[in-house]
Write a protein that binds this ligand. Structure first.
Ligand code: NI
Ligand code: MN
Length: 227
């Protein structure tokens, strides 16, 4: 069975395997781009890439309602535990763990990570998942870095890359990221949530098609792709 990846808007992504549902950065209720709210989704595991409000989002609320396990870096996992998360699993950059849904390794990301209440959120992370034989790389919030080439050596079936600019890679650097990661398919995220990160994903997809071997897939919030 395919692994289904659904873009919920901004950086919120749901991954459904045959047995588990995993949410990454579930910022939904206050997310102007999202078509669903925190009460509409369910998850067994919630991965938080870094401490910013547009990524921590509704994670605590969803975790409490679904008795889900929050996975994040050590600092954010501790913070979630202190703030009412029922179960947390701390990891950190470079470390992989075999969870019931598959293997998750946290990767480097060049960004910030302060939590919504000003607490220290450690270093921001990217997400490298190996689920049911498929490799998914979500760069999360980051600037371009050359080590993406190393991540790509794993053979990535699907990459999720920010293209919004201002806070993360913009379209040009995201195109270079595709050239480094060389994923089979790539989905742009973290754009058009607010005017500050307005982008034309179809123009970007044209460039990916013309200048790389990867297949770009532009999703609307709520749409899925089977990996
Ligand atoms: Ni951020
Ligand atoms: Mn962000």
């Amino acid at each position: 069975m395919a692994v289904r990846v659904t873009w919920l808007g901004h950086a919120a992504v749901q991954i459904d395997t045959s047995a588990h549902s995993i949410l990454i950065d579930p910022f939904l209720t206050d997310n102007p781009a999202a078509k669903v709210s925190a009460d509409d989704v369910s998850a067994d595991f919630i991965i938080i890439s870094h401490g910013h409000g547009d990524h921590v989002g509704d994670a605590l609320k969803i975790a409490q309602r679904c008795n889900a396990t929050i996975i994040s870096n050590y600092e954010i996992a501790e913070w979630c535990g202190k703030n009412g998360a029922p179960n947390v699993h701390p990891q950190h950059i470079g470390g992989a763990f075999h969870h019931p849904f598959g293997t998750l390794k946290l990767t480097i990301a060049h960004h910030g990570s302060m939590l919504p209440d000003g607490s220290y959120g450690g270093n921001p992370c990217g997400v490298l998942l190996s689920v049911e034989g498929k490799k998914i790389y979500d760069a999360c919030d980051t600037g371009l870095f050359y080590d993406m080439k190393l991540i790509g050596e794993a053979g990535i079936d699907l990459a999720l890359l920010p293209i919004g600019d201002n806070f993360t890679m913009g379209p040009e650097d995201a195109l270079r990221a595709v050239q480094l990661v060389k994923p089979r398919r790539v989905v742009p995220i973290h754009y058009n949530t607010w005017p500050l990160i307005a982008q034309d994903p179809h123009a970007w997809a044209e460039q990916v098609r013309a200048q790389t071997e990867s297949e770009p897939v532009v999703l609307e919030p709520g749409q899925s792709i089977d990996v």
